[in-house]
Write a protein that binds this ligand. Structure first.
Ligand code: SAM
Ligand code: SF4
Length: 338
């Protein structure tokens, strides 16, 4: 219906916005310390969560109406949502008007269910997978995720590789004193398995409120420690937040995401949709725009488009983590969608 007549979404700082993160559930089968509380988080009612049809309608508006070229499914844990391949099939057919190519559809998962569904996700049109894995040591894995599922996640990574996902990226949240002694182990793991580690700086989005600056392992330190063992060289790349490096011996690549020590806000092209249909222009945004209300009151595509444009008009220049004027958002990571 939008054919070629899309309108690029430009924010007040002249950044082109074209990447949508969709949280499809607030629920999760893990309780990672840096994300969720051990217990007591109040789940959304099932009827409050957007249906697949509602998600697909919004996704179509972003892709066909605003020429978005990337969508990432996240959560909570996206694989706890029943019939996930059905949603993937609905989204993977969306065509980006300016390129006439399918949207780049990705997902971030804790990997624990991939043995069961990786192949179906691939067949349904999922292009890329990031799998979270914070430790290769079963005890530390359990301490960080509050679950004893290291073997399942490792098997999930194998299932993703066998299903043909390439590259498989491994998300590692680095926390000082917890898993920072494993930096080089993760590099070796990535080289052996042909997967790409992406080391993420710990952000103040943990439900327990235990974040502090001294728990952040700076991306520079991570690169230096790997470079001492496996020499690296930087990759010149586009607006993505990861700083990428390849091994000089050609054995693959790593990424570091310096969200805290070197925020990439100046290049940010992302916006987010929460599981209950709130539209947010930053992980740290305080303002939320209710798209579900428009969807469920019989609103038109035009009304949705106008609300999205209004929201993007409020996108700020960047967050201020670590500075005195930083305001911690009311939602934790699993309630926004990382
Ligand atoms: N459940 C899925 C998973 O864990 O991959 C998807 C949702 S999770 C919120 C998305 C990503 O955010 C994961 O890679 C997770 O490690 C990361 N994350 C969660 N809390 C974080 C925090 N406080 N700081 C940095 N990254 C965080
Ligand atoms: Fe669940 Fe992912 Fe949050 Fe861990 S990081 S608690 S797996 S949503």
């Amino acid at each position: 219906m939008f054919s070629k007549s899309f309108t690029p979404l430009i924010d007040p700082f002249d950044r082109r916005v074209r990447d949508l993160r969709i949280s499809i559930t607030d629920r999760c089968n893990f309780r990672c310390t840096y994300c969720m509380p051990e217990e007591g988080l109040k789940w959304l009612e099932r009827t409050d969560i957007l249906s697949f049809e509602e998600i697909a309608r919004l996704a179509r508006i972003f892709v066909e109406g605003f020429d978005f070229d990337g969508i990432r499914l996240t959560g909570g844990e996206p694989t706890v949502r029943a019939d996930l391949p059905v949603l993937v099939a609905k989204l993977s057919g969306l065509i980006v008007p300016s390129t006439n190519k399918p949207v780049d559809l990705a997902m971030t998962t804790n990997g624990s269910s991939l043995r069961l569904i990786a192949e179906r996700l691939k067949t349904a049109g999922l292009n890329r997978l990031n799998i979270s894995l914070d430790s290769l040591d079963p005890q530390i894995f359990q301490a960080m995720t509050r679950r004893n599922h290291l073997d399942k996640v490792l098997d999930g990574i194998n299932a993703a590789i066998e299903a043909g996902f390439d590259p498989v990226k491994i998300n590692i949240v680095m926390i000082r004193g917890m898993n920072d002694h494993e930096i080089v182990d993760f590099a070796s793991f990535g080289r052996d398995k042909g997967v790409q580690p992406r080391f993420i700086e710990f952000m103040p989005l943990d439900a327990d409120g235990a974040w502090s600056m001294d728990k952040v392992v700076p991306a520079n330190e991570i690169v230096e420690r790997i470079n001492d063992v496996y020499p690296l060289e930087p990759v010149v790349h586009g607006p993505e937040p990861a700083q990428r490096f390849t091994y000089k011996d050609g054995m693959g690549e790593i990424g570091v995401i310096p969200s805290v020590t070197k925020p990439f806000c100046g290049n940010c092209d992302r916006v987010r949709l929460t599981a209950e249909g709130k539209f947010m222009t930053c992980l740290f945004a305080i303002d939320e725009f209710d798209l579900r209300k428009i969807l469920r009151s019989g609103g038109s595509d035009q009304e949705l488009i106008e609300q999205i444009e209004t929201a993007v008009g409020t996108k700020w220049a960047g967050h201020n983590i670590g500075k005195v004027n930083f305001i911690r958002p009311p939602r934790s990571m699993s309630q926004i969608g990382g």
